[in-house]
Design a protein around this ligand. Structure first.
Ligand code: SAM
Length: 241
């Protein structure tokens, strides 16, 4: 697909969801897509390779977080992978700082290339496991919000993410069809981690006549995370909250 066509379709798909993007933001997303496709040939970054699918299932999907994000200035994407949703949001919000965290270093090499090529000034990349990084003083309770998509089941994800946010900060969690089941098994995690589920935002998109129902949970932190959390990976897996 030529750049012009990609940008036109991207803008049209954003319009369908009432998302305003500028020409400059669309051009940057087009450059990001080109790098994604190019690098995906040599490393496993995404299973979604069709350009229309990249527009809808990656870019517009991640941009749906703009319906939720408000005054937050300092946001961490936990388990960012190839930059979803964090890199897309960093391109959208030049005035907010984004930290992209992942345990897999090779994906971070790709993200650094995107930062360099697009000359992004608001992106910080960290290599590490969330449950280890969240125990370091420089990152613990330092962020206004976390964002995450397709990283872990909700009780585990909340243990990974909530220690990063300040009191009154928010975990913004993107989920698919399993959302209700995941909420059901999360009451203990919410309680132990001093969190409250505030809102479930639902949206839908269609690709090839197939409907995709998606959800963004907003979870607030009322008190400091007990120092015991997050536990190490073995304990989290063995005795999930
Ligand atoms: N968020 C991206 C997306 O929606 O396309 C990537 C999803 S991918 C299925 C899950 C990513 O989370 C992987 O890149 C993996 O390395 C990362 N991940 C899983 N557990 C993690 C942890 N405990 N700490 C840091 N990264 C983690």
């Amino acid at each position: 697909m030529k750049s012009k066509e990609f940008i036109e379709i991207l803008c049209k798909e954003c319009e369908k969801q009432n998302i305003n993007i500028s020409q400059n933001q669309a051009e940057k997303l087009n450059m990001y897509k080109e790098l994604l496709i190019q690098w995906n040939e040599k490393m496993n970054l995404t299973a979604i390779t069709d350009e229309y699918d990249i527009i809808v299932k990656h870019f517009v999907d991640c941009l749906m977080c703009t319906k939720i994000i408000k005054d937050e200035k300092n946001i961490i994407d936990v388990g960012t992978g190839a930059g979803f949703p964090g890199m897309v949001l960093a391109i959208y919000y030049e005035d907010k700082e984004f930290t992209l965290l992942d345990a897999l270093n090779k994906r971070l090499v790709f993200l650094q290339e995107v930062v360099n090529t697009l000359k992004l000034k608001n992106v910080h990349i960290i290599h590490g496991r969330a449950e280890e990084v969240a125990r370091k003083e420089e990152y613990r309770e330092k962020f206004d919000a976390t964002v995450s998509r397709a990283v872990a089941q909700l009780p585990i994800l909340l243990e990974y993410t909530s220690p990063f946010i300040k009191v009154n900060g928010r975990c913004i969690v993107m989920k698919g069809d399993s959302v209700q089941d995941e909420i059901k098994i999360s009451s203990n995690a919410l309680n132990v981690l001093k969190l409250k589920l505030k809102n479930t935002f639902e949206y839908m998109y269609t690709v090839n006549n197939e409907e995709y129902h998606r959800y963004i949970l907003t979870i607030e932190k009322n008190m400091c995370t007990p120092t015991k959390y997050p536990r190490n990976y073995g304990q989290i897996k063995k005795k999930t909250l």
